[in-house]
Structure formats: structure tokens, C-alpha cells
Design a protein around this ligand. Sequence first.
Ligand code: ATP
Length: 297
Amino acid sequence: MATSGDAVLAVEGLRMRYGTTDVLHDVTFRVGRGEVRALLGPNGAGKSTTIEILEGFRMRSAGRVEVLGADPAHGGERWRARLGVVLQSWRDHGKWRVRELLAHLGRYYARYSTERIRRPWDADELIAAVGLSEHAGSKIRTLSGGQRRRLDVAIGIVGRPELLFLDEPTAGFDPEARHGFHDLVRGLAAEQDTTILLTTHDLAEAEKLADRIAILNGGRIVADGTAPELAKRITGEDQVSWTVGGRRFEQSTRESTRFVHGLFQRYGESLADLEVRRSSLEDTYLALVHQAEEVPR
Ligand SMILES: Nc1ncnc2c1ncn2[C@@H]1O[C@H](COP(=O)(O)OP(=O)(O)OP(=O)(O)O)[C@@H](O)[C@H]1O
């Protein structure tokens, strides 16, 4: 596989079979340094399976995978120390206090500190970065679900990973916690230059966080691009509607600005109730998922 210098993660022709069932078919994508990439798809699409293979927790059936220059199936300790993993499941450290646990886990990374990346992240700075300062001395079992998830993220990044995997990071968050978490993820990418691969089935989350989105459905990548690129991909057309002389009209067009300009020229002030509805990522997503459901596997 020709890996460009900037690709932190490259997947080519990845396949996974459980027993006699293929759950990943020829999955191919790349993630560049500092990029936030979402793997978006409905339940059972294969997101967790993909991410677990990339993390080195699951052996693939076929295909080529390179993560931070190594095959995850053979990644050593030093390689693993450069990765951050936030799993869907909770860890069970209920009796530990937040600062105590982070300082303890952080110690493991000290031997992997480099001139460029100082490891681990200072526990109090990290606690502040994830918005848990008020709970630094609390026992973990007393944290709410959202606070606990923030701690999961802190555990995932305590070693200042170059590449962070987030598996459905905001499942169970209230809107405020979700907003705070999105700021945190964007900050990691912008200020720490962390490359992030996150899985989600929340379109809005993918659109808000990710530079690029790969849509996975039925074990296949059915689309890959920026949110606007994907939104244009299926319909590519905007819906313009307007009223003239009490009659309602509607038109699909790829050139909505020019079309609206024409309407104004033609109807002037008698034009009323003008609306332009852009094709949205949601249109694309639903169309792609629906299309794929119709293709026999
Ligand atoms: N250990 C396993 N043995 C057999 N089948 C499995 C196993 N793990 C997952 N699968 C199957 O593989 C498919 C993909 O599952 P996966 O958990 O990767 O999907 P997902 O996109 O992460 O879904 P969700 O959003 O529900 O977490 C599903 O059909 C699932 O039933």
C-alpha cells in the first residue's frame, strides 16, 4: 500500500467474517494527520468492528491496515502508547478518585515521553480540559453518566495520543454535555494536532465534528467526503419554492442562486414566500442507507 507521509491511518480492502457471515466487505479509507474523521452508520453497520481492528483488539480476516506506520495486528508497546482509545463500555474503577486514577494511568506513559510530545498529560490540566475540575477529588462511582464519559475521554488522552479512537463518544449525553464534548474534541484536533477517528450514528454530530465523513452501511463504505460534498452527492439539487399571484410553484435546481435571481427579474415585487431548501447531509444519508438496503448482499 502506498502510504503518503501524512496518512496516519490507511485501510485497504479490509474484510471481516464472523463464522460464515461477512460483516466488512472491502472497506477502504485513509485519515490524514490532524484530521477528524467520522465513521457514520446505522446499528450493525460494522463501525465498532472496524475500529476494534484498527486498535489491534480484533484480528481481521483480510485486507491491509496501517495505523501510525504499523500493522495493528503486530503493534508493540511503543506503538500502543501513541494511541488513545475510548471504548463504548465503562471501565470499573468506582472506588478510585478522578485525579488519583488519571495520575496513576499517566505514569505508564512517562517512559514514552519525547522532545515533541511530553507524556503524560498533567492530571490537573487534563481534568480542567475535560471539564471535571469540580470533581477532581470525587470517587468515580459518584459521577453522573456524562461526567463518567468525560473521564473515559480523559483516560483515553492521558498519554497525549497522536491518534484517538472514539467509539460512539456521546451516547447518553444531554445536549449541554454533548456541546461541551464537541468543543473538547475540536480543541484536541486544533490545539494538540490529534488525529481523531470517531464512530457515530448521529448525523448532526458527524457533520459538526468531522472534516470528512465515511458512511458505512452493511459493512461497506457507501460514501466518503466532506459533509457538503456528501450532501451534494445524491440529489445535488436544491428545492426552490415561491408564490406569484396566489399560486404556489416549486422547482428543483442545481443553480439556486442564479434561479432566484431570474425569479426576481421576472416577477419583481409580486414574488412572495420565497424558500430555498438546500440538499442536506440527511437526504444523502437516508438515500444511501436505503439504496444499500435494496442491494442483495
Ligand atoms: N463477536 C461477534 N460475533 C459475531 N458477529 C458479530 C460479533 N461482533 C459483531 N458482530 C456482528 O457484526 C455486525 C457489525 O457489528 P458492529 O458492532 O461492528 O456494528 P456497529 O456499526 O458498531 O453497530 P452499533 O451502532 O449498533 O454499535 C453486526 O451484524 C453484528 O451482529
